[in-house]
Structure formats: C-alpha cells, structure tokens
Ligand binder design. Structure first.
Ligand code: ATP
Length: 233
C-alpha cells in the first residue's frame, strides 16, 4: 500500500478547474518530482495535499486514512509538512524563532530537532539570532526547510525550493534533501527545473493543464517523451 495516494483528485478556483482527476502515489521512503510549465497545476496539487484547498475526503489517502480536505493543522499533525513556495518566514522573528515555530504542530520523536537542523545547515547556527529577513535567499530557504523538518514529518512537500537561487546554493539545498531522505522522510518535490527533478526523484510525474501527462522513473523516460508531456507538442 502506498504511503500517500490521490484518486481522481480535482481542485477548483471558483468556476475554474485547476486539476482534472489526478491519480498519483508516493511510497514509503520514495521521492517523487512533479514537473510542468507555469500554470500546470503543480502548486495546486501540493496545496491540496497540505490541506490548503477544499477537496473531497476520499480523494487523498495517507497511511490508509482518507484525509482530503482536512485542515492544514490536522494534516501537519499526522505527519505531512510543506515547505511553501516563497518560504513565508516570519520577518520579525529570528532564525531560531522561525525554526522553533515548526514544531508547534506536531510533537513527535524523530531525527530532527534544532541541533540536527544546525548540523544540516551550520550557517543557520551562526546566524541564529539574526532576523530571518537579513539572510540571503538561499539561507532563508534553509530556514524554511528546517522549520518544516522540526515537525519530523513522514512526508515533506517542497514547492519550488530552487527557485531564484544560484546553482551552488541549489546544490547545497539538494544535498540537504538527500540527507533528509536518508533519515527516512518521503518527499514530494515540485520543480520547474527538469534536470534537478530528474536528478533527485525516484519517479517523476509531468503535469500539463491540470492533468498528468507522463509518469515514470527518470531512467525510463526519454527527452522526447518529457518534452512532449511538458509542452503538449
Ligand atoms: P507555477 O509554476 O506558475 O506556480 P503551477 O504548475 O504550480 O504553476 P498552479 O499555481 O497550481 O500551477 O496553477 C494552476 C492553474 O490554476 C493556473 O491556470 C492558475 O492560473 C490557476 N490558479 C492558481 N491559483 C489561483 C487562484 N488563487 N485563483 C484563480 N486561479 C488560480
């Protein structure tokens, strides 16, 4: 049984249908990547998983429990945490305070606590008393990742974590993600950077206009297939 499954997942913004029956799954310990052009529906898919869009209960199953449309706090308490696009740090709080906010929703034992986050990102320990807004974009992304890890999630949802960052910083962030995986988390990565996605994922879903147009292991997908699924031509 997959750890997480969506069945015929649909989502709307008013009258506008953003997702058209998404069937997907994530196995325990697996990393999947969702790729697709602007507006394909990737963020809507992630926000449905995180409880930020109202969807029917049966459309999302986690660990055998239907929880589509549950409140974000309930989904977090069950073990699904999101690193939101744009990081959404608390600007008036320090780095350390931002990290500590992350474990209010879910008090469980696990590999991640403030010291483990500082081992993962030593620069954050150096900067722990600084306001989060004084950090570089890459360091802010580290705080956002660290904050989500503080809940010791079973599933980490990452929305465009490489967006706007320099290549060397992207390498650091994805190296950290490898460590996070090795500590047991299953991961869903939304990426516009196709190479990055193919590199990190065990399996890839490509979305186009609210539908999944391709699914497979990176090694089994040709450039031509991906281009066709991504652009629809
Ligand atoms: P991006 O990479 O640009 O974030 P995406 O693949 O994540 O793209 P979504 O943000 O999920 O795509 O958007 C899917 C569709 O839903 C798009 O057509 C978008 O215009 C629409 N949409 C997204 N958010 C809203 C909203 N708040 N109100 C109305 N329509 C929206």
């Amino acid at each position: 049984m997959p750890l997480l499954e969506t069945r015929a997942l649909t989502a709307y913004y008013g009258d506008f249908q953003a997702l058209y029956g998404i069937d997907s799954h994530l196995d325990e310990g697996e990393t999947i990547a969702i790729i697709g052009a602007n507006g394909a529906g990737k963020s809507t898919y992630l926000s449905a998983l995180a409880g930020l869009r109202s969807v029917e209960r049966e459309m999302i199953e986690f660990d055998g429990i239907a929880l589509g449309g549950s409140k974000p706090a309930e989904i977090l308490s069950r073990g699904i945490a999101m690193v939101p696009e744009g990081r959404r740090l608390f600007p008036s709080l320090s780095v350390e305070e931002n990290l500590l906010v992350g474990n209010y929703g879910r008090k469980v034992r696990g590999p991640w606590n403030i010291e483990a986050i500082y081992r993962l990102f030593p620069i954050l320990k150096e900067r722990r008393n600084q306001q989060s807004t004084s950090l570089s974009g890459g360091q802010q992304q580290m705080v956002a990742l660290g904050r989500s890890l503080m809940a010791n999630p079973r599933i980490l949802l990452c929305d465009e974590i490489s967006l706007g960052l320099a290549p060397s910083v992207i390498r650091d962030i994805y190296a950290a993600l490898a460590e996070i995986r090795s500590e047991g988390a299953s991961v869903v990565v939304v990426e516009q950077n196709i190479n990055q996605a193919l590199d990190v994922a065990d399996r890839v879903y490509c979305m186009l206009e609210g539908r999944i147009t391709l699914e497979g292991r990176p090694s089994g997908l040709s450039r031509e297939q991906i281009r066709h699924a991504y652009f629809g031509q």
